[in-house]
Design a binder for this molecule. Structure first.
Ligand SMILES: Nc1ncnc2c1ncn2[C@@H]1O[C@H](COP(=O)(O)OP(=O)(O)OP(=O)(O)O)[C@@H](O)[C@H]1O
Ligand SMILES: [Mg+2]
Length: 372
């Protein structure tokens, strides 16, 4: 198997950027989306919880409830000629509300839940909603054939694979015994003992939370149990659809830090286990691609250096040695990734000292990916 980015952005319909927290998933996904749009593909960048600056760079709002076109001026900055790039930056609060509207049995039930104080407090924290909505949205777009390519960023999580388990994490949250205690009672189906225990729990809960708040608690968990049931039906085939090697490519983003590399290798093994179409590693913020920089020496000063110059040179040499060591280390890492990729990509992206969320930086990173 020999893969390059040009081939992936041309022949795939979904590119997933996964990796552990903070390694550069959103940055890489955006750079790929820009590169594909610059080459004329109709692209959606589906990113999760991006930084404010990145949203500004693309000229889109983070609170949209659907994909929006990148404004013409921003497209021009990126060298994109047509109207062929849209972005949807999933915002956790918008996602949670959409989630409820999507799965509640009726608009009234949705409204009740949205107004519920407990929902308002915890909906933003419940893991899995973003993941689930991103997947849902993705399949909707693919069915509609609205885009040639969707670049899917994955949510911040400690484990690179958490997003795949999002829906089941959601339901395990609900199925937890603790939360069962809050569910409304199903009269007639309980033994005397259960009823007595339940009355006790209800009494304690009401005393602890206050009767009114406890009612809201019951309502919250009651509504959510129904929502989870219908959601799980749909979630079951989510993973299997991502297994399609014709249409889907997984890229794993990592930094040179050992923890994210460990995650990367772990993820690589998992993709084999889960039969996901892994297509390569992106070693972000690395020095591997630093090229052969000029090593500082006395010739820089055009003759014998003065004492001040000699002292400056000494410091420069020290610095250069540190950089060279980092470069050698990153090249080794890249070689290890290449080996582990088994014919997939292993691309190094440079660290951009001024930050990666400006348009020129993102376009540059896209170019580096394409040239690999
Ligand atoms: N190559 C790079 N050079 C310089 N800065 C970078 C580079 N890649 C990413 N960054 C910066 O690092 C920060 C984290 O990047 P990013 O948001 O892409 O990571 P992430 O993996 O999506 O994080 P999270 O897990 O929180 O979603 C951002 O501020 C981004 O601009
Ligand atoms: Mg991110």
């Amino acid at each position: 198997m020999s893969v390059d980015m040009e081939e992936l952005i041309t022949n795939r319909r979904v590119i997933v950027c996964a990796g552990s927290g903070g390694v550069g998933k959103t940055t890489t996904a955006t750079a790929i989306a820009l590169a594909a749009a610059r080459r004329g593909r109709k692209v959606l960048a589906l990113t999760v919880d991006p930084s404010k600056r990145l949203a500004q760079t693309l000229g889109v709002d983070r609170n949209n409830d659907r994909p929006v076109p990148i404004p013409a001026s921003h497209r021009a900055d990126a060298g994109i000629e047509g109207d062929n790039l849209e972005a949807w930056m999933l915002d956790p609060s918008v996602v949670a509300d959409q989630f409820v509207n999507r799965f509640a049995d009726s608009p009234e039930e949705a409204q009740r839940l949205l107004n519920n104080r407990l929902y308002r407090q915890i909906s933003r924290m419940v893991a899995g909603m973003q993941e689930y909505m991103a997947m849902e949205a993705l399949y909707g777009f693919l069915r509609e054939d609205r885009y040639d390519l969707v670049v899917l960023d994955t949510p911040p999580s400690r484990n690179a694979l958490d997003f795949l388990y999002g829906p089941s994490r959601l339901s395990s949250f609900l199925d937890g015994r603790i939360f069962k205690l809050f569910l409304p009672e199903e009269e007639g189906r309980r033994s005397f003992l259960r009823r007595a225990a339940s009355r006790l729990v209800n009494g304690v809960n009401a005393a602890v939370f206050g009767a009114e708040y406890y009612l809201e608690l019951q309502e919250f968990f009651g509504s959510f149990s129904g929502i989870f049931r219908s959601m799980n039906k749909n979630a079951a085939d989510g993973l299997s659809r991502l297994r399609d090697p014709e249409n889907v490519a997984f890229l794993l983003v990592t930094s040179p830090a050992s923890t994210s590399l460990t995650d990367a290798f772990f993820f690589r093994r998992k993709t084999v286990e889960l039969e996901l179409p892994f297509r390569g590693f992106v070693l972000n913020r690395s020095q591997a691609a630093a090229g052969d920089r000029v090593f500082p020496d006395a010739s820089m000063f055009g003759g014998t250096p003065t004492a001040v110059q000699a002292s400056a040179l000494e410091k420069l040499v020290r610095l250069a040695k540190v950089e060279q060591a980092a470069m050698a280390r990153d090249r080794q890492l890249l070689a290890r990734l290449e080996e582990d990729a088994g014919g997939g990509l292993a691309v190094a992206l440079p660290n951009i000292p001024s930050g990666a969320d400006s348009m020129p930086a993102l376009v540059h990173l896209g170019d580096v990916l394409m040239d690999a």
